[in-house]
Every structure is written in structure tokens, then in C-alpha cells.
Design a protein around this ligand. Structure first.
Ligand code: B12
Ligand code: SF4
Length: 468
């Protein structure tokens, strides 16, 4: 799960980017989608509003579209920057990418577009988990990854023969196009780079394994390095589910290659097991040298019983506190994700998150446990879900199921109080002091860049919640 999600930015001017079709775009690889207009949309977030990251899916799917249909006209829209009116969209095909939290917006927007006679394809993690539901709101649903089917979709649109479902296969990640970096202008600070897909762990609350598979597929190291050089800014986000991957030797090779390039800083999600292994030290050394300054790790919960319940023990290794110390010793900052408010949690678990942050000198990112469709947790929690709460409540800040001892309001209040305490000036200051000195000044500056807007966003969200 991710956290920069909670950084809000004020709304700015309209931002839609039109990308010129390749000049003289000749042989259309699709053979028949000549000059078609394709608009790709990343929906508005219900909770976080504007985030400082370019929506990776737009730049990537835009590039894939031009790879498959070089003479297509591609328009990218980040609805967090500019929420367009459906009447403004002129396209032969509109592709909308949705996760669970954003699918309510995606469905409503798609319904409006279809009401105007436009063709819409929905894709991404939520339509893949619930394709039949998504089909109610779309002309076509792309289930799974786009690479193996996108050309077919474009062909079918141009022939007026769109199918209801396209099933993407999990193919090797060689030859992926470079994202259309810079095409989407906006108040962005970061761009994401992906080096792998898939996760071998089995956390019951996570959608990733079912979507991308339980084996890891890696991109060739030279294409990752090329992308970092050409597309990533001075500071970038490694969007992998686990920056260490499952193969430490490969990670060291990747980090070594990255450190040969121009100096860039990066951050991402990593498990706590890899840094503990025999090769852990070497890996951390190479990662730091390549510019890694901050790791977000899933601590998830305090007790081993709780970890077992979430099937999240394996990724913790045998001594997770030692892993945190090691990472920090290498000058790398640590933030831990903690899930709260599960049916076996109590109010004390919220206090535990505060204690953990003090004791380990790390940032904590609390999330209210959210059973996302397509996960094992969803099946387990199905009987307790609040049916009246739509998918736009599935953001990690709302209680969406019944709890044996705490009301939804009590859990949400506890969540906000915990988050606000973690973002108090006193704790931000303490976190700055606890930030590894080896990372000065970049780690400290970036920590402030992250915490201050997050604090502002959380306070605003809390005020909104109090009046709701
Ligand atoms: C980057 C990212 C973010 C960024 C998004 C930035 C942005 N503006 O888009 C930010 C930080 C904002 C974010 C926020 C959140 N995120 Co997030 N995020 C990711 C991450 C790491 C990468 C997604 C990505 O961009 N991948 C790159 C693109 C190229 O790949 P892709 O999206 O998978 O697209 C491929 C296919 O899915 C498909 N496809 C996707 N869309 C479409 C559309 C069409 C038309 C077609 C044809 C195909 C297609 O084709 C692509 C190529 O194969 C994923 C983890 C993951 N492994 O997916 C989590 C993930 C998507 N996030 C998740 C969650 C839960 C959240 C939050 C709710 C977390 C939170 N509590 O704060 C928030 C939601 C926002 C909010 N608060 O309201 C979950 C979603 C689970 C679910 N069922 O919805 C994921 C899967 C993480 C996880 N471990 O579970 N996130
Ligand atoms: S480690 Fe767990 S939470 Fe992270 S991607 Fe893998 S299954 Fe999901």
C-alpha cells in the first residue's frame, strides 16, 4: 500500500495534454486503427485529492498506445488536476484506469460518456477483480495486464467491433515502451519507475498477488537503467511492490547499474526480510549507493498471531527490528505501514502505533484495515461489510465493516487521532532527529517535503470528517 496518497495539493488550472501523433507515422502496427483518438483517464481520488506523482498508468498506457498504433492521437487526463466534463471528451475510445477507491468516480464518468455515445474501456485492479460489475459501466473491460491485448482492443474499436472482455496475459517484461515522460504537465514532483511485477508473499489484505501473479517477472536491467536516465527526475519513486525483489543478486546488479548513471535519489516499498539475509548488508550498501533514501515497509501489526492472521509473517523474516536498524545504519530512512481496526484489534493497538514510532525512531503510516475485493480478507470479512458504504469508502481512512467492540465512528476517530499525533510537530521533529545522519541533508529535506503536506491534508480531512 502506498502513502504519498495522502498528500493533498490545491486544485490548479485545467490540465489536459494532447500528444501529437508521430510525424509521418506510417505503417500502423495494428494495421487498421489509423488516426484514431484515444483518451486515457486517471480518476479523481475520493480522499487524497491531488497527489504529487504523475499517474504512472497514463504515461505508460499512452506509450503503449503509440507503440501499438503509432498514428493514434493520444490525450492524457489526470482528473485530480482537472476534472473534465464528459462533453469535453472527443475520442473514439476512452480508457479509464481504476483501483477500488476510484472506481465509483470511474463508473459515474463512464456512464456519462456512454450516455453521450462514446466508447469506454475500463481497466486496472478493480475492474480485474470484479469484471462483471465493471461491464455494467463500460463497453469493454480489460482484465489484467494490457500489453497482450491492447492492440486488439484498438483494432476492434476502429472496426466498430469492441468485445465485452479482453483477458490480458502475464507476459515477460522485455521490450516495454518507455513512458511518455513529461507529456502530462502538472504540479508533480515525482515520476514512478517499475522494475518488476508480481509478489511471492500472500498477505491476505493485498490485491497484488492475484493481479500480477505470485512469481516475480523482472524487466531487463538495461531498460530500467535507460528509463531512469531518460525519464525519472532527480528524485523518483520505485513503484515495485518490493524494491528488493525476490532475488537479491539481481537487486545488487540493478542497484550497481543505477549507481553508474547520473546521481538520482529514489524511494519505494521493501520487505523487512531481505535486509536480514546474508547478502542483506551488500544489498543495502548497493541500494544506498544507487540513491535509495527511504524505504516504506509493511510492519502491519504487533503480534505474531496478528501477522499469522494476515498471512504477513514470511516477509518479516526472523528479526524485523534488526532489519530496521540495519537499513538506518546505511543512511536510509524507514517508514512502517501499520494496519489498524481489524476485528481482533482493540483501541490499544492504535496507541501501539505511537509507541512503535517512538521506540524505533521511524515514521509510521497507519491504515484502517480495508477488505479489498479479490483478496482473501474480502472473503473473510464479507459477512461484516457495511453494504451501504460504496467503494469510494475503501481508501484506508474509513471503517467499512462491523467490529465486535468499536463502532465505525470510534475507529475512524481513533485513526485520525493516531495519524494526527504521528504528524504533530513534536513527532515530525523527533523523526527528523532520528533520521539517519548518513542521509543528511537530502533525507531530512525530503522527509519535511512529505510530512508537512501530509499533516495539512490529514488536518483538513479530519475537519471534514468532524462535520460530516
Ligand atoms: C502508484 C500507486 C499509487 C499512487 C497513484 C498515483 C496516481 N496518480 O495514479 C498513489 C500514491 C496516489 C496511490 C494511492 C493509493 N493507493 Co495505490 N498503488 C500504486 C502502485 C504502487 C502502482 C500502480 C501503478 O501506477 N502501476 C503502473 C501501471 C503502468 O501499472 P498498472 O496500473 O497495473 O496498469 C497495468 C494494468 O493494470 C492495466 N491497466 C491499468 N489500468 C488500465 C486501464 C485501461 C483502460 C487498460 C486497458 C488497462 C489498464 O494495464 C497496465 C499495463 O499492464 C500500486 C501497486 C501495484 N503493484 O499495482 C498501488 C495500488 C494500486 N494502490 C492501492 C491502494 C489501496 C491505494 C490507496 C487506497 C492507499 C491508501 N490507503 O492511501 C490510495 C488511493 C488513493 C486515495 N487515498 O484515495 C492498491 C489498490 C488495491 C485495490 N484493489 O484498489 C494497490 C494495488 C497496492 C496494493 N498493494 O494493494 N497509489
Ligand atoms: S508483500 Fe504482501 S502487501 Fe506487499 S505486495 Fe506482496 S502480498 Fe502485497
Amino acid at each position: 500500500m502506498d502513502s504519498t496518497a495522502e498528500i493533498r495539493y490545491e486544485h490548479g488550472s485545467r490540465q489536459t495534454t494532447f500528444i501529437e501523433p508521430e510525424s509521418g507515422g506510417n505503417a500502423n502496427t495494428s494495421g487498421s486503427s489509423g488516426g484514431m483518438k484515444v483518451t486515457l483517464i486517471s480518476p479523481a481520488f475520493p480522499f487524497s485529492g491531488r497527489v504529487p506523482m504523475v499517474p504512472p498508468v497514463l504515461e505508460y498506457l499512452g506509450a503503449l498506445t503509440l507503440k501499438e498504433a503509432p498514428d493514434a492521437e493520444v490525450t492524457l487526463i489526470d482528473a485530480n488536476v482537472n476534472e473534465p466534463a464528459p462533453e469535453q471528451i472527443e475520442a473514439d475510445l476512452v480508457g479509464i484506469s481504476a483501483m477500488t477507491a476510484t472506481v465509483t468516480w470511474a463508473y459515474a464518468f463512464s456512464d456519462a460518456l456512454r450516455g453521450l455515445g462514446k466508447k469506454v474501456a475500463l481497466g486496472g485492479i478493480h475492474p480485474t477483480a470484479l469484471p462483471q460489475e465493471a461491464k455494467e459501466h463500460a463497453d469493454a473491460v480489460v482484465v489484467g495486464e494490457a500489453e497482450s491485448v491492447w492492440r486488439q482492443v484498438l483494432n476492434d474499436v476502429s472496426r466498430g467491433n469492441l468485445k465485452p472482455f479482453y483477458h490480458g496475459e502475464r507476459i515477460p517484461l522485455d521490450g516495454l515502451p518507455l513512458p511518455l515522460a513529461g507529456a502530462l504537465k502538472g504540479p508533480y514532483h515525482f515520476r514512478a519507475v517499475f522494475t518488476a511485477r508480481g509478489c511471492p508473499y500472500r498477505c491476505s489484505f493485498c490485491s497484488v498477488r492475484k493481479f500480477f501473479g505470485d512469481t516475480i517477472r523482472y524487466r531487463p536491467i538495461d531498460s530500467v537503467a535507460e528509463e531512469v536516465e531518460k525519464c525519472a527526475g532527480k528524485v523518483y519513486f520505485n513503484g515495485d511492490d518490493n524494491i528488493w525483489g525476490g532475488d537479491i543478486k539481481r537487486s545488487i546488479e540493478l542497484f550497481t547499474e543505477l549507481s553508474r548513471g547520473s546521481k538520482k535519489y529514489w524511494y519505494g516499498f521493501g520487505d523487512l526480510r531481505a535486509p536480514q539475509g546474508r547478502e542483506g548488508e551488500n544489498m543495502l550498501k548497493a541500494a544506498r549507493k544507487s540513491g535509495l533514501f527511504s524505504v516504506w515497509a509493511g510492519w502491519e501489526t504487533s503480534s505474531s498471531e496478528g501477522l499469522k492472521g494476515y498471512r504477513a509473517s514470511a516477509k518479516q523474516g526472523t528479526n524485523r527490528e534488526e532489519a530496521i536498524r540495519r537499513i538506518k545504519d546505511h543512511g536510509i530512512n524507514v517508514t512502517l505501514f501499520v494496519v489498524l481496526g481489524g476485528r481482533s484489534d482493540t483501541r490499544d493497538d492504535f496507541n501501539y502505533a505511537l509507541e512503535l514510532s517512538e521506540r524505533l525512531g521511524v515514521g509510521i503510516h497507519p491504515v484502517l484495515l480495508t477488505p479489498l475485493p479479490g483478496t482473501e480478507l474480502y472473503d473473510e470479512y464479507k459477512p461484516y461489510l457495511f453494504r451501504e458504504k460504496g467503494w469510494d469508502n475503501y481508501t484506508g481512512v474509513n471503517a467499512v465493516f462491523d467490529h465486535p467492540t468499536m463502532t465505525a465512528r470510534e475507529r475512524e476517530e481513533a485513526f485520525y487521532q493516531t495519524s494526527l499525533s504521528l504528524l504533530s510537530w513534536k513527532r515530525i521533529w523527533k523523526h527528523l532527529l532520528d533520521t539517519p545522519r548518513g542521509g543528511f541533508p537530502m533525507n531530512h529535506l525530503l522527509l519535511l517535503m512529505e510530512k508537512v503536506p501530509m499533516r495539512r491534508a490529514m488536518r483538513k480531512a479530519y475537519r471534514g470528517w468532524c462535520t460530516a
